[in-house]
Design a protein around this ligand. Structure first.
Ligand SMILES: [Zn+2]
Ligand SMILES: [Zn+2]
Length: 265
């Protein structure tokens, strides 16, 4: 009954015990798990896991994380990567986007590789999973990853979009609604001191809301600081249901419908 629309069972932390992680998720009522790729290798592993654990509702995304944007040389995506997207279990492209917090790739390279993936997703008719992380306030240099990403999206033809682990605050909700994009909320909603993410969780239109763990990162309360896994997604649902003043089963049904509409599973 629960969907975890963004996790990394293909990460070193979770991959070594993938079978147990997926079993625990099934036991916790997680019926759909979307494993995100972040470079060619992790995308390939995600696609493989999605085939191997088909009966457990596992699916994959393939793409290039902004951290790895610098590995894309020239002005097109490597064919070995784009070929992976032909797999039926691959239901989305990404995670793609802009990360000004770590700046593991130069910002102009991140923008170029993000644009290539917007185009790729549109061309093959699969949704795009977007990762945005802002710079630390002290070295922001006046640049905003969210503003740059929204500008790019508004200026470019694109297909369906999902902002994963949304942390953009209330300010951008109107523009995101205008783009008709989905918003996925993760573990921070269970522990963040600022109330803004809970306000966002309350305000996202019911037919555009999704939930995720982003595991192994960002474990929700009461597992904060530990290795996160899809079985913990229920805590995220609980916090969002509380913020919206709805029953958790009602929320789970709405999210499941949204995920089905977006990913076609
Ligand atoms: Zn991400
Ligand atoms: Zn991720």
């Amino acid at each position: 009954m629960y969907c975890d629309v963004h996790c990394h069972i293909n990460s070193p932390e979770l991959f070594i015990e993938a079978e147990d992680v997926i079993q625990r998720a099934s036991d916790a009522g997680v019926t759909r798990i979307l494993i995100a790729g972040s470079d060619f290798f992790s995308s390939k592993v995600a696609a493989r896991l999605s085939r191997e654990y088909k009966e457990r509702g596992v699916y994959a995304t393939v793409g290039v994380h902004p951290h790895d944007a610098k590995t894309v040389l020239g002005d097109s995506l490597p064919e070995e990567l784009t070929r992976l997207a032909k797999n039926k279990r691959v239901v989305a492209i990404g995670e793609a986007g802009l990360d000004y917090f770590y700046d593991h790739s130069p910002r102009e390279v991140q923008a170029r590789v993000f644009a290539l993936q917007i185009e790729w997703a549109l061309k093959i008719g699969k949704p795009l999973v977007i990762h945005i992380r802002e710079a630390k306030p002290k070295d922001a240099k006046g640049m905003s990853a969210m503003e740059d990403a929204l500008k790019l999206l508004r200026d470019t033809s694109h297909g369906s979009l999902m902002f994963h682990c949304y942390a953009g605050g209330l300010k951008y909700l109107p523009i995101i609604n205008e783009l008709d994009a989905y918003i996925s909320i993760g573990g921070p909603v269970t522990w963040t001191k600022s109330d803004e993410l809970r306000q966002v969780a309350a305000k996202v239109p019911e037919d555009r809301l999704l939930c995720e763990t982003d595991s192994p990162y960002l474990a929700p309360k009461p597992h904060r600081g530990k290795i996160n896994e899809p079985a913990f997604v229920r805590y995220v649902y609980e916090a969002i249901a509380e913020a919206r003043g709805v029953d958790i089963d009602y929320l789970a049904r709405a999210v499941a419908e949204n995920a089905k509409r977006l990913f076609g599973w």
